[in-house]
Write a protein that binds this ligand. Structure first.
Ligand SMILES: [Zn+2]
Length: 416
């Protein structure tokens, strides 16, 4: 499987990145990947990083006009193995696999667990950029949350991004170009990812995880095309159950006391889901790192390799902290999907518009009951309340407080 298969439902982006990887003479040294959560910004950045360092990406292939032209006519979207020239990013060479496992010495990824990214973290990256790459090809720095940099932090990056040493590639990721300063935007080559199509997300789950097509499609719809979430929902019955319990909790809010309890339950469910999904991902990453380093799945790690495992563990710990808030935000998106379904039912539009939770009996029932006992104006008010709660949590308000305020808005009219 090539690294491009990970970039789901973005054929045009894949084509642009593959062409870039094959033409070092015109390669941009600063990239800005934007797209909604789940569209795969950092996945796309990592695929480009792997392709640049891929063993197939020899200087010969780089300068060969023929190979670039030949490839551009093949099918980039499916990643089908072309009989002629294979684009770099094979997914099987040592470089591709170490980049994928987050263990390549020339690829540094910065993600923050804080609301804003520290200026010292960014300064240390600038220092790192000055060092010669181990592979002799490129040193690649991926900043996953470029939107979380304050202006003074961004300023530290301006010069390094404008005049990088020839071996350095910066890759910044943000939800939209407007989330980074214009001075950064203008220095970067923009790559815009879209929400992948429903069917593309379902197909990738069927192919990669061997899930049956109906479950895959339901999961993709419930995850609203967020690839990572859809895969979890498709593979893990526990994740589906936790999601259903969110609807049940919201449905049962019938008094102020219940609103407080419901808030506690929602925060607890999100925490459980965050832990379960981190454990899943951490285990997969460790297994991949072991495979890359040629270690037995359960064997002891030789001392020479311990640093790599330590780095992995540190990155995972940092991610776990922010995973809580991310999952809580997903929980709120699930609540939004419920009220969106309620609105579809209230406007009698379900014949034309699919219910997001139509395949989940608990979610469907909750939507039907709430639709019967409220009017569209109330539903819109509740949708607003969910948006407010999401904004508050993003602004670092303690999650339980924000969710309590939300549940208090939901309750008085829930069972009118
Ligand atoms: Zn490769």
């Amino acid at each position: 499987m090539s690294v491009w298969d990970e970039v789901v439902g973005q054929p045009r982006v894949v084509e642009v990145l593959q062409r870039a990887a094959m033409n070092p003479a015109t390669l941009a040294h600063a990239w800005l990947f934007t797209g909604p959560p789940g569209s795969g910004r950092s996945v796309a950045a990592r695929a480009l990083a792997a392709a640049l360092l891929c063993d197939l990406n020899t200087s010969e292939a780089n300068t060969s006009e023929a190979s670039a032209t030949q490839f551009s006519t093949s099918n980039a979207s499916t990643g089908a193995t072309n009989s002629g020239t294979q684009p770099p990013g094979c997914g099987v060479c040592n470089a591709c696999r170490t980049v994928h496992a987050g263990a390549h010495p020339d690829v540094t990824t910065l993600a923050t667990d804080k609301v804003t990214m520290g200026i010292d973290e960014v300064r240390s990256l600038v220092g790192l950029a000055a060092r010669t790459p181990v592979s002799g090809k490129y040193r690649i720095i991926i900043i996953e949350d470029a939107d979380r940099m304050l202006e003074k932090t961004t300023n530290v990056l301006l010069k390094p991004i404008e005049e990088p040493p020839p071996h350095v590639i910066w890759m910044l990721c943000a939800p939209s170009p407007a989330d980074v300063l214009p001075t950064i935007q203008s220095r970067c080559r923009a790559v815009t990812l879209q929400v992948p199509p429903l069917q593309a997300v379902a197909d990738v789950i069927v192919q990669r995880d061997g899930v049956d097509p109906a479950t895959a499609l339901a999961a993709a719809r419930q995850a609203q095309c967020h690839v990572g979430i859809a895969r979890r929902l498709a593979r893990d019955p526990g994740a589906r159950q936790r999601r259903s319990s969110v609807f049940d909790t919201v449905l049962r809010i019938g008094s102020a006391g219940q609103a407080v309890l419901a808030a506690e339950t929602l925060v607890k469910v999100a925490k459980e889901e965050a832990e379960a999904s981190s454990n899943d991902r951490n285990a997969a990453e460790e297994a991949e790192l072991r495979r890359v380093l040629g270690l037995e799945p359960q064997g002891t790690v030789p001392s020479a390799l311990r640093t790599q495992f330590k780095q992995l563990a540190e990155g995972q710990a940092r991610r776990a902290k922010r995973a809580n808030n991310d999952v809580l935000d997903r929980t709120l998106l699930d609540v939004m999907s419920l009220y969106r379904d309620v609105l579809v039912l209230q406007y009698h539009a379900s014949a034309r518009v699919d219910l997001i939770n139509g395949d989940d009996p608990v979610g469907r029932n909750a939507a039907e009951v709430i639709a019967r006992h409220s009017i569209p104006a109330e539903t819109l008010e509740r949708l607003d309340a969910v948006t407010t709660a999401r904004k508050r949590i993003a602004a670092n308000v303690p999650p339980l407080l924000a969710i309590e305020a939300l549940c208090a808005t939901i309750y008085p009219k829930a069972r009118r």
